[in-house]
Design a protein around this ligand. Structure first.
Ligand code: MN
Ligand code: MN
Length: 287
């Protein structure tokens, strides 16, 4: 019996082997970069990232970057509230300045933009809820006063503002007292919430009432060169809390992963860190 293999069969076998070999050498999904992205951070509060790519550019008025000494904002001109606030929290931020309670319009908005006024929320059934909390900025009177700018306020249900939201704010300051420093992002999502006078989508027909408020933060022991100190074991915490009057008092009931907040908002948190680190630290849910 004759055993005969055509030359074309040899060629096919060689092509298959070469293909297999090159597949083995080239990973199927090579996007898990461990490189540090090139960034030009202007604000210390945005060291870990600018989740919505906010810019100080009046043509992108619904994602308008406002950098203050005390915090940074992505302001939304159509909604008259901020999409998010970002701030670094360390022991140096916590002092003995009194709560100023001097709510005021933000005079640094571009001229011609409507600004929320302190009494706009009166009788609405929603609190003027701080994004960057008053008690996180008590080193000086000026620092505390800056948290009362109306661009740092969002219409929050009293239950959210005074209980659930406050419980995470206190927890964050406890972490600082224990020797940590934090990078915190707090923001809004959607429209339509329920305050003490019922459900509404706007306050005073112009200020958006968010459907939910979220928070994303990263916790690390106090130190220097913070971006480079974040590893795959660095702790993150995230919550997603509905803006209504029927909430659990503890923020822990609303814990989610950072990835979940990213999926819901379309933002990318911690985008100044390598993707291979983000992938790991954005998965856990606090428990
Ligand atoms: Mn992610
Ligand atoms: Mn991310």
């Amino acid at each position: 019996m004759q055993f005969y293999i055509r030359r074309s069969t040899y060629v096919l076998v060689i092509i298959s082997l070469v293909t297999l070999w090159s597949c083995k050498r080239t990973p199927v999904s090579p996007q898990t970069s461990c490189d540090y992205p090139t960034i030009t951070t202007t604000s210390a509060h945005l060291l870990m990232g600018n989740p919505s790519g906010a810019k100080k550019d009046e043509s992108q008025s619904d994602n308008y970057l406002m950098e203050k000494t005390q915090y940074a904002l992505s302001y939304n001109r159509s909604q008259l509230i901020s999409n998010w606030a970002a701030w670094h929290l360390g022991s140096e931020d916590i002092g003995s300045a009194d709560r100023q309670d001097d709510f005021k319009p933000d005079a640094s908005l571009p001229s011609g933009w409507d600004a929320a006024k302190p009494n706009d929320y009166s009788g609405s059934g929603f609190d003027r809820g701080h994004l960057c909390p008053s008690a996180d900025r008590t080193a000086t009177q000026a620092d505390n006063s800056a948290t009362f700018l109306m661009t740092n306020m969002v219409p929050q249900s009293p239950d959210l503002n005074r209980n659930t939201w406050e419980s995470l704010e206190s927890y964050c300051r406890d972490l600082v007292q224990q020797g940590n420093e934090l990078y915190i992002y707090a923001g809004t999502f959607g429209s339509g919430g329920t305050g003490s006078n019922g459900t509404a989508t706007k306050v005073k027909d112009k200020i958006t009432v968010p459907e939910a408020c979220w928070k994303v933060l990263i916790v690390m022991p106090k130190g220097d060169d913070d971006v480079k100190r974040v590893t795959k074991t660095t702790q993150t915490i995230a919550i997603w809390a509905p803006n209504n009057q029927d909430l659990d008092n503890s923020w822990k009931a609303y814990a989610v992963s950072v990835d979940e907040v990213e999926q819901k908002t379309g933002y990318d948190f911690f985008n100044h860190l390598p993707v291979c680190i983000q992938e790991v630290i954005e998965k856990p849910v606090f428990q």
